[in-house]
Design a protein around this ligand. Structure first.
Ligand SMILES: [Zn+2]
Ligand SMILES: [Zn+2]
Length: 83
């Protein structure tokens, strides 16, 4: 039995487990106009976008969704936790 260290979900199948691990990370590295930043999954299980866009900070379900948003908006990250 394989257990996800992030959410404790259990898997019998290794490929399925590995696919899950990729989408179940606790942190994601994002690239903005003003640098590269690390975003951590919050207690609600979301990644909060802290860019300067109207409507942000806003939660994203996955790191990929957050990255897509930043790419589209070409926005500036406003927090200071630079990598
Ligand atoms: Zn998980
Ligand atoms: Zn944003």
């Amino acid at each position: 039995m394989l257990t996800c260290k992030t959410c404790n979900l259990q898997f019998i199948d290794r490929p399925e487990y590995q696919r899950h691990i990729r989408s179940c990370t606790t942190e994601v590295e994002v690239t903005c106009q003003n640098g590269v930043f690390v975003v951590f999954r919050n207690v609600a299980g979301h990644f909060d976008c802290q860019c300067g866009d109207d409507g942000c900070p806003r939660p994203f379900q996955s790191g990929d969704a957050l990255k897509a948003h930043l790419k589209k908006k070409k926005s500036i990250w406003v927090t200071v936790d630079r990598v």
